[in-house]
Design a protein around this ligand. Structure first.
Ligand SMILES: C[S@@+](CC[C@H](N)C(=O)[O-])C[C@H]1O[C@@H](n2cnc3c(N)ncnc32)[C@H](O)[C@@H]1O
Length: 292
């Protein structure tokens, strides 16, 4: 037993757990995270009155536990750290792309309403999706001023974690979570609640939706195509070959001419003949060819 009365886990057991998590979620736990895995499994085992890792492993691997149990275990093993306005260079690429694309479309099809669908991949508790929606709303104010027109936009936040999505849907955050939100933006887009909490205003909430899904299962789900796919700080926890596969899948969900924005270090040596790298040294972004 370890110091906290957790059963020891031998290396054979650790390798089995490592492989199971990687296969089902993409999460790759290095040996250095073994104590973290043990702590999460032990909490789960205590709740379920299971006394050893093999018994829990067999139940999970054979599907003998409920989907919710598996989800809660995955939730305790994944990193959900996030904040508003987290990756400013990546955000700038999105807003500048949407602005240019909107102006092009207004010119080529003046009478056609223009729509932008944005996907926040691994949206955690919603800050990223709301930041994107706020920036799109600001973009609309600029477009209205410049040419009297606006675009319709929607932001879909997708995550594997049910508890994170519940927070996202509520859109309520403690004051300290808004540290990176400019004061003017806070005034315009948030309602101040009691106890130093803020809620995203309805006009922005109405532009966002939150969906539970596993990005390893994109083949079978989320058939929609997007103008912008925004994936930051998600694939860094995946193995290189898995990252490549997920990015390939994400690329298939881009509309022609669409933009894929990845965090630095999300993927290295990625090439796809349908995509062209955007020339920007602060962020990793690709445009899908537009053959339409
Ligand atoms: C570190 S957070 C990043 C949040 C946000 N993108 C950001 O950059 O601030 C990573 C999120 O990816 C989610 N995630 C991890 N594996 C996933 C998977 N296989 N499918 C969907 N979401 C996943 C986690 O639940 C977590 O909320």
């Amino acid at each position: 037993m370890t110091a906290f009365n957790m059963p020891d886990m031998d290396s054979e057991q650790f390798v089995l757990w490592q492989a199971l998590l990687e296969k089902r979620t993409g999460l790759w736990l290095p040996e250095s995270r073994k104590a973290f895995l043990i702590a999460a499994l032990s909490r789960h085992m205590r709740d379920k009155e299971i006394s050893d890792y093999n018994e829990l492993y067999t139940k999970l691997a054979s599907g003998a536990v409920s989907v919710l149990d598996w989800a809660s275990l995955v939730d305790s093993l994944t990193v959900h750290e996030t904040c508003f306005y987290r990756e400013t260079p990546s955000l700038k690429v999105v807003t500048s792309y949407c602005r240019n694309r909107a102006l092009e479309k207004f010119q080529s099809a003046p009478d056609k309403p223009q729509h932008f669908q944005i996907w926040s991949v691994g949206c955690s508790t919603g800050e990223e999706a709301y930041t994107l929606a706020i920036e799109m709303d600001k973009l609309n104010l600029g477009l209205k001023e410049a040419c009297g027109k606006t675009v319709y936009f929607g932001v879909a936040g997708v995550d594997i974690s049910y508890p994170s999505l519940a927070v996202a849907r509520e859109g309520i955050y403690a004051a300290r979570q808004l540290d990176f939100v400019p004061q003017v933006t806070k005034n315009v887009y948030f309602n101040r609640l009691a106890d130093e909490h803020y809620q995203i205003k309805d006009n922005i909430r109405q532009r966002t939706c939150f969906i539970q899904s596993n990005i390893l299962e994109l083949n079978s789900k989320l058939k929609q195509e997007y103008d912008v796919i925004y994936c930051q700080n998600v694939l860094i926890y995946f193995k290189q070959d898995r990252k490549q596969k997920v990015v390939e899948q994400l690329a298939t969900r881009l509309k022609p001419g669409g933009l894929l924005v990845l965090g630095h270090g999300e993927v290295t040596h990625f090439e796809n003949h349908e995509l062209t790298r955007v020339d920007n040294k602060h962020c990793l972004a690709y445009l899908r060819k537009d053959n339409t």
